[in-house]
Design a protein around this ligand. Sequence first.
Ligand SMILES: *Cc1c(COP(=O)(O)O)cnc(C)c1O
Length: 238
Amino acid sequence: MQPRDETIAARLGAVRERIAEACRRAGRGTDEVTLLAVSKTQPAEALREAWEAGQRAFGESYLQEALDKIEALRGLTGVEWHFIGPLQSNKTRRIAGNFQWVHGVDRLKVARRLSEQRPEGLPPLSVCIQVNTSGEASKAGVHPEELPALAEAVAELPRLHLRGLMTIPAPASTLEAQRRPFRLLRRLLEALQERGLPLDTLSMGMSGDLEAAILEGATLVRVGTAIFGPRRAPGGDP
Ligand SMILES: *Cc1c(COP(=O)(O)O)cnc(C)c1O
């Protein structure tokens, strides 16, 4: 038997407590922050355990593995699937047909495909634009200078609902260094709101830096290892 503090339900409770504490520090309401449970590489049984403990939003990065879990967990009510992995053109059709959210949009070509391929019977697909806030050449995400033009173009696409911005900063060890890229993302969101775009989402913060993200205004934190423990090797197509 697992010790009680190592069950998924117990770790989920501890993460919710971290979120609540960060919200108190930030003077924000706990209901302003959604917890996305990042379940990539975890078996369907682990997601079921989290669902039984009240978790509803799940984030996946590997498409085939995600589709298998979506199929396996069809019977669970109220589940919301978020695709948070890199976007390739040959995967957009299956993403548009099976997920409610996509967090990593960083070019117009992929956004257009998602919009064209979103099935008619479903509501528009919620998307976030991924921004490179660390300035590293290797990192995914649109450069801040190119963001306004991309955001305005994505907002026009009929079958997408542009919700906000997402970032994955380079790891940093101090709270102040962690906060810097998140502050930049918040300012970029505010600038887009001032241009008239009705955005409501800042997708930022993971297991190691969710406090910094909440202090800077995160509305959705993406947390994997703190809930599920270490990841396995990815299943399906990486
Ligand atoms: C894996 C992943 C996470 C979760 O990371 P943890 O450090 O395990 O919490 C969050 N966001 C994205 C985009 C990821 O790929």
